[in-house]
Design a binder for this molecule. Sequence first.
Ligand code: ACO
Length: 335
Amino acid sequence: MATLRTDPGQHRRVPPLRSVVVGTGSSLPARVVTNADLAERVDTSDEWIVQRTGIRQRHLAGPDETTSVLGTRAARAALDDAGLTADDIDLVICATSTPDHTFPATATQIQAALGIHQGAAFDLQAVCAGFVFAVSTADKFLTTGAARRALVIGAETFSRIVDWEDRTTCVLFGDGAGAVVLEAQEGAGDRGVLSASLRSDGRHREKLYVDGGPGSTGTTGHLRMEGRDVFRFAVGQVTDVIVEAFAQAGITAEELDWFVPHQANRRIIEASADKLGVARDKIVLTVDRHGNTSAASIPLALDVARRDGRIRAGDLVMIEAIGGGFSWGAALIRW
Ligand code: ACO
């Protein structure tokens, strides 16, 4: 439990600041590509993709739908949902591995598109774990008083870095964006971001990476993955951050209302939930409709589950993800 802060001016004890979710939003490109559509392009089948991954379709961005365009739409929806305007936001973090450009940060493009002219905006790169890393980072700004309200966005156009000739990877990914507004609140009780645990281990680079970049090849490159090894690591290792996040908050898995994991693969998600003792009906699953949208998958799923009435005020929600690096993390949020 957080301890009381000391107000520097008054020398009195004041309640701790908590980062509370006050709005969510998301955006998906209009174009839907089914497994059958992909089977016309590479040697695959709907049966193989559904059986191995649970994916049935994904949304793919059109030429004008860049990461910042999708991110801006999601962020605007989150602002509307929160009943806030551009003037209310003083921090924009965009988790992405598919920025519009090498620089400036996509977050600054979203900031400009929304008409936010104060505060800071930056990108955060932890691949599929990016949104969890971004929530944890924003929480540090908000609970120390360094910012008042943050737009935390996950936005991706993985269709731009997928090798469309490689059936082992191209069937897995989709495009989209999701966003939450986090607000620093005093006296939020037990609401807000309760805990977060982040890990990275760069020794696993070869398992999941992009074979290009501005500092190496001068090209964007394509996604490469040893699927079986990633699968093994995801199920075998990633639960350490979840256990740590529960321990930090003094909460057990049985108390969880919703488990909102990174949507990479239905089999990984269900195996992780089983390992943790989280009931299957507490899993929010969108991978069937969205595919793997990397850093966007968790905020997209959060927005779906909140708007369809599953996630309600007071619910305890666990978000967790693993991505390239490897980097992985988990956070507990009381809605
Ligand atoms: N359609 C048909 N057959 C295929 C396809 C396809 N799209 N892709 C591979 N195959 C074939 C393979 O060639 C192989 O054939 P073979 O036995 O004749 O050699 C066979 O299917 C089995 O291949 P595996 O790789 O063993 O299949 P597996 O059951 O491991 O499933 C998958 C592959 C879905 C990629 C799985 O390993 C997986 O989900 N891994 C984790 C990926 C992931 O979660 N990534 C998340 C992180 S992403 C990020 O951070 C950006």
